[in-house]
Design a protein around this ligand. Structure first.
Ligand code: NGQ
Ligand code: ZN
Length: 463
């Protein structure tokens, strides 16, 4: 049992002063109370925040950041980027995946993400044949997460067709493909590995890649019960048009009609929605998984944030293609996109807070935790003293020595952090009760970076 003390901590109702945080030997919050004296507790610092969940990641794509920013066609688009991405994906085996993911997870932790949802579809060998153990690539991600200490929500992804018309997978897509039975066996195998830092959910790659009957079989399999279910949806206009043509409805509209959308679901992107879809999605309590830096990078479009928040919608953030790995940048882009489009300021505020930074950080914590499964996303005590299992102790400390944060009280701290924090302000990070980042350094960053360098050097020889 360790007792910590912070001058200010972000508790479920917002900032509180003089907070004592008790963490038990199992890495769980036991008791959290404000307005107390330090009384011999270990001093944490001035500003303690819950760790941020990253609700959408394709880890392997981190190693191609910067390799798709040159014109390949007169009208480069999401679809031409996807060809570059597929070519790159073809070079990644289990060792490379582990090395890339571990480096990425170190960067995530240093930026303040303490949980990552891996939307994982790189299942088989590049030629499409399964590995001897069909979970080989999933296991590489689990190992990478364990090495770095980040919490992982693994979302093995069902991918079956190359488009709404049910066409077979292209050659480059073949390694993503599973039939439903094989997929359910993989889920079952991985579910057995769950522990305090590993949660296994499920993902349907997209309506393009999963036929309706397969979707039903997975949803009715009884394997998912309370597990999170993620799906890519309505990211591109082309997808909306194809869905209208072949299924007679827009993607979000179709999904709301044909699947039991509820708070277990995370709809990734949900960029292109009518007002009606926006309101109806918000009413389900599902999470809209927003990935603003990737959506900007790929030219996707802008999510209808104000209308969705007005309807009570839940949001979270993901770094997706990892063109950027920073919750600060995701949330800043989310707000700036809206400002540029509407020519107004201070869009993401709520009845609870007029601060954009506090609203966005708080909303993304809540929705990110919901999309991650069993993570709480809050610093709070164990109400159920009977179970003895409080929320997992994940937190981060901002660098209170940074000149930028001088003369900032809690009221404008998150606004300063999100809008002006370009140099990283995340100084220490704890996951599951253990320090993984201390004074801006991850506990194993040199070894992991050396292995990453070697790996990508080798890849660049082969691609
Ligand atoms: C993915 N990424 O699965 O990695 C997708 C591209 C697709 C994003 N949508 C492939 N950002 O959607 O078909
Ligand atoms: Zn994605």
């Amino acid at each position: 049992m360790t007792m910590y003390f912070a001058d200010n901590a972000w508790l479920p109702q917002g900032w509180n002063e003089n907070v004592r945080i008790e963490i038990d030997a199992d890495g769980r919050f036991r008791d959290v109370r404000e307005d107390l004296r330090r009384d011999g507790a270990e001093y944490l610092g001035r500003y303690v925040l819950p760790g941020m969940p990253n609700l959408h990641s394709h880890a392997f794509q981190r190693a191609m950041a910067g390799l798709a920013e040159r014109q390949t066609h007169h009208e480069d688009s999401f679809w031409t980027w996807r060809e570059t991405m597929y070519a790159f994906a073809g070079s990644i085996g289990p060792d490379a995946l582990r090395a890339i993911a571990a480096q990425l997870y170190v960067e995530m932790l240093k930026a303040g993400y303490t949980q990552v949802c891996e939307f994982h579809y790189l299942h088989h060998r590049p030629d499409g044949k399964p590995y001897a153990d069909p979970a080989t690539m999933s296991l590489a991600l689990i190992e990478a997460a364990r090495e770095t200490g980040i919490g992982l929500t693994l979302l093995p992804t069902l991918y079956m067709t190359g488009g709404f018309d049910g066409r077979p997978l292209s050659e480059r897509q073949r390694r993503f493909g599973f039939d439903v039975d094989g997929y359910l066996r993989l889920l079952e195998q991985l579910r057995k590995m769950e522990d305090s830092t590993l949660c296994v959910g499920a993902a349907l790659h997209s309506l393009r890649a999963v036929p309706e009957s397969a979707m039903r079989t997975v949803l009715n399999s009884g394997l998912l019960d309370a597990a999170p279910i993620h799906i890519h949806i309505a990211e591109q206009i082309g997808e909306v048009q194809d869905c209208l043509t072949l299924r007679g409805a827009r993607p979000v509209e179709w999904l709301l009609h044909h699947a039991p959308i509820d708070p277990r679901w995370c709809l990734v992107h949900a960029t292109h929605m009518t007002q009606e879809e926006t309101r109806r999605l918000a009413e389900t309590g599902a999470v809209a998984g927003l990935c603003p830096t990737t959506e900007a990078n790929l030219g996707d479009g802008l999510f209808p944030l104000r209308a969705y928040l007005d309807a009570g919608g839940v949001i979270g953030i993901g770094s997706d293609s990892h063109i950027s790995v920073s919750p600060v940048e995701e949330l800043r882009w989310l707000e700036y996109g809206q400002r540029l489009a509407t020519r107004h300021r201070n869009i993401a505020v709520s009845d609870f807070s007029d601060s954009v930074g506090a609203t966005l950080w708080g909303d993304a914590l809540f929705g990110g935790a919901q999309a991650s499964g069993r993570v709480i996303g809050a610093i709070e005590g164990d109400d159920s003293a009977l179970t003895g299992a409080g929320p997992r102790a994940d937190l981060l400390l901002l660098d209170h020595d940074a000149p930028l944060l001088a003369a900032r009280d809690a009221g404008c701290l998150l606004d300063t952090f999100l809008f002006a924090g370009n140099a990283n302000l995340v100084r220490h990070v704890m996951v599951d009760g253990a320090w993984v980042v201390r004074d801006f350094q991850h506990r194993d960053e040199e070894r992991i970076a050396a292995r990453y360098r070697e790996t990508v050097m080798r890849l660049s020889d082969t691609v």
